[in-house]
Design a protein around this ligand. Structure first.
Ligand code: FAD
Length: 277
């Protein structure tokens, strides 16, 4: 079996306290020796400087860092500058996205879709960056239909993406089906499942509705039944996520990407339960 790739995602902290807490989270998670830590980026460049600061810190700590880069609302010149800044800091890995404009905001800028960003990165920097792109086993919420969404995913691969990270999901079959659909279209890059540990049901439900990730009815009902008993939600969530990850890895998922929400606890416990330590 090919070696698995494990990675973990953070968002850039907003305050010195948040930055200190994230440093501690990274210290704990770095011991698990993930392949890289990625850091999200606000559409329209809203977190641009904080994403840069965080990835530079991560590289300084000896872990490979992968900044996310979203292109909607940007000019080619903005993106060129960001790429060259990352390159000058020795960063070799990037997660290339379209992003979403905050509703009501006008100018979409010079990129419409992530495949155009991937193409631009390759044109500007050749093979310097390992490029990851997003994939949606349950379909991107704005896609015209499933077939078109898979074909649009293929555009990113054809433009030069090396690997993909999925939107989180709780239904392993959605991932296996998406992977089969990709293989049928000669899309052969690794598609790494994105894993969302379950900690706060209200927040998860709101976010899932927005990003088009389905919480299966049985899971939603069970989580709802715990009301605000967060300890039980976490304990049950860990059982569910351990089974999901185990099934994915047993069925040849190439690795896992953990959405840590800047917390070490659930990701570390999941890691131990999966016997990855
Ligand atoms: P695209 O691949 O461009 O797809 C967007 C939509 O357009 C899809 O419906 C697709 O079917 C369609 N489409 C794509 N290409 C074409 C084309 N050429 N012609 C016609 N239609 C097309 N957002 C952030 O703002 N910051 C982040 O850091 C961030 N990190 C993320 C990390 C991961 C792993 C994932 C899965 C998502 C992340 N997002 C982030 C959210 C992401 O930006 C949104 O889901 C966004 O709506 C789509 O981005 P994309 O790169 O998938 O877009």
């Amino acid at each position: 079996m090919a070696e698995h790739t494990f990675s973990m995602e953070f968002f850039p902290p907003k305050s010195p306290e948040g930055a200190a807490k994230l440093r501690e989270t990274r210290r704990q998670l770095a011991q698990l020796k993930p392949k890289f830590f990625s850091v999200t980026f606000g559409a329209g460049g809203s977190t641009r400087d904080r994403t840069l600061e965080t990835v530079v810190e991560i590289q300084g700590e000896g872990v490979a860092a992968a900044p996310h880069l979203s292109c909607i609302g940007s000019t080619q010149e903005n993106i060129r500058q960001i790429l060259h800044t990352y390159k000058s800091h020795g960063i070799r890995h990037i997660v290339a996205l379209r992003g979403d404009l905050p509703s009501g905001e006008g100018d979409p800028g010079e990129f419409r879709y992530a495949n155009e960003l991937v193409e631009f990165i390759r044109k500007e920097t050749g093979d310097w960056f390992q490029i990851e792109v997003a994939a949606y086993p349950e379909m991107h919420p704005q896609a015209r239909n499933y077939e078109q969404d898979v074909l649009n995913f293929k555009r990113k691969v054809d433009a030069g993406a090396n690997a993909a990270i999925t939107q989180y999901f709780f239904n392993a079959d959605a991932y296996f089906h998406f992977r089969d659909e990709c293989q049928a279209r000669a899309i052969n890059i690794p598609i790494v499942p994105g894993i969302m540990p379950i900690s706060n049901y209200g927040q998860l439900a709101r976010f899932s509705a927005m990003c088009g990730a389905e919480i299966p009815r049985w899971l939603a009902k069970k989580l709802e039944s715990y009301y605000d008993d967060n300890a039980s939600i976490k304990a049950f969530g860990l059982d569910v996520m351990t089974q999901l990850c185990d099934r994915l890895l047993t069925n040849e998922a190439p690795g896992l990407h953990f959405y840590t929400l800047n917390q070490a606890g659930l990701t570390s416990t999941l890691w131990q339960r999966l016997g990855l330590a």
